[in-house]
Design a protein. Structure first.
Ligand SMILES: [Zn+2]
Length: 431
């Protein structure tokens, strides 16, 4: 463990610490952020009298639009001179969402990331190849500084330049791969084509994968291909970046670092706070952030959160696998479909390659179309019968999603590859 004192807190002590920090944060936000002052005044919330989570729940949610409305510098509680760094995520409306950090924030985030690596089993002996994009995106620097603080050897390869990436991995003997899961899959596919033997040439033991949703079945594939243990890392730039939650070595849900983040689970339609163990939208409050306090931030991510003790002895609450982002949910012919459901079916089937694309076409009445690459070995084997295999996929998907999908089988290597985040869904209704 990187921070055993905090990581080993009992549930009671952790919740006590959360409440103590929350009370301070509410006052801090009231005193320093005009938006929060107004909202608390409007809701009749006296910041000095917030004594429990019920009082706290009277404050209205913070939404992504609130961040956009505060362009360029974002929701800010300190003067610009105290801001040490800015990051930004691309927005759909043209202007990016900007987030800011004080020196203390950067230290906190770096230590959270160090803890995140350590929980996944990474130690200072490890060589971390960081294939996240460096830049405004928080992935690159987040994974970079966390590994340095833990004391690892860090190789900042960044995303892309796959030939050099593979060469460095082999020659440096990298033991940890930090990347998006789709890029990890891409590397696994590219390596044999570049003449590498996946089993013999690489020393990867642990993968730190995040920044996009991925299924349990995709995890199995990545683990088998790269011979490593693949860990899901959760975060978003609004909440520092990566390092909000991570799977420990037991890979049984993602521990949310409860000393820094308070999580509520709400009904996304009514906003009502749901009891522990319910499935709903995760809402986060940052408990110590200085530059950009966030109270009750709606993530749009749907999941169940549990406070049950984990086998690793940590009580930091766990996100049981995230089903999807409510923004990603597709409504096709009146039925709700998550792209992750499609992935679960596909990646769990033998003979399916690693690449697929979901296409929703308005011209054929909101019909779900899925382009699926066939596994190379299967494609070349005498057992392969395209019509039969396509029918098997259609049957399986129909059974799981209750809507019929069109399946188009593709030859191996024909769907577009990306070196960063994968674009799996093409919604022609929006284009
Ligand atoms: Zn654990």
């Amino acid at each position: 463990m990187f921070d055993p004192e905090i990581e080993m807190l009992s549930k009671e002590k952790l919740q006590e610490l959360q409440l103590e920090r929350l009370k301070k944060m509410v006052k801090y936000a009231y005193n320093n952020v005009p938006m929060y002052r107004k909202r608390m005044d409007d809701a009749g919330v006296n910041p000095t009298k917030v004594a429990n989570l019920d009082d706290f729940a009277k404050i209205s949610f913070t939404k992504k639009d609130d961040l956009r409305d505060h362009y360029p510098y974002g929701i800010r509680a300190v003067p610009l001179v105290q801001i040490n760094r800015l990051h930004a995520s691309s927005g759909t409306t043209g202007k990016p969402t900007v987030v800011s950090y004080t020196e203390n924030d950067l230290r906190t985030w770096g230590r959270l990331m160090a803890r995140t690596y350590a929980a996944a089993g990474v130690t200072r002996e490890d060589i971390v190849q960081n294939a996240y994009g460096y830049g405004l995106f928080t992935g690159g620097l987040g994974f970079h500084y966390g590994a340095e603080i833990l004391g690892c050897t860090v190789i900042p390869t960044a995303t892309g330049n796959t030939k050099r990436q593979l060469m460095m991995a082999k020659d440096m003997g990298s033991t940890v791969l930090a990347a998006t899961p789709s890029y990890a899959m891409y590397l696994a596919e590219a390596a044999p084509k570049e003449g590498y033997d996946l089993q013999k040439d690489f020393k990867f033991k642990i993968g730190m994968f995040g920044a996009e949703p991925w299924s349990e079945e995709a995890r199995q594939r990545i683990q088998n291909a790269l011979g490593l243990r693949a860990h899901d890392v959760y975060g978003m730039s609004e909440l520092y970046g990566p390092g909000v939650a991570v799977e420990c070595i037991h890979q049984n849900g993602l521990h949310i670092w409860g000393d820094e983040f308070l999580v509520e689970v709400i009904d996304p339609d009514t906003g009502e706070v749901l009891p522990e163990g319910s499935y709903g939208e995760m809402v986060f409050t940052m408990l110590t952030r200085e530059a950009m306090p966030l109270l009750r931030y709606r993530t749009r991510d749907l999941a169940t959160v549990t406070w049950e003790e984990c086998e690793c002895d940590r009580f930091h609450p766990r996100i049981m696998r995230i089903k999807g982002r409510s923004d990603d949910m597709l409504i096709i012919g009146g039925v709700n479909v998550f792209p992750s459901q499609v992935e679960t079916v596909l990646m769990g089937m033998e003979g399916v390659g690693d690449q697929y694309q979901i296409i929703i076409d308005r011209d054929i009445l909101d019909k779900l179309q899925v382009k699926v690459e066939v596994d190379e070995k299967f494609f070349k084997s005498p057992d392969y019968n395209a019509a039969k295999f396509a029918k098997k996929l259609v049957d399986e998907m129909t059974a799981v999603m209750t809507i019929r999908a069109n399946v188009e089988l593709m030859a191996p290597g024909t769907l577009p590859r990306t070196e960063g985040k994968a674009k799996r869904v093409i919604d022609l209704r929006k284009e």
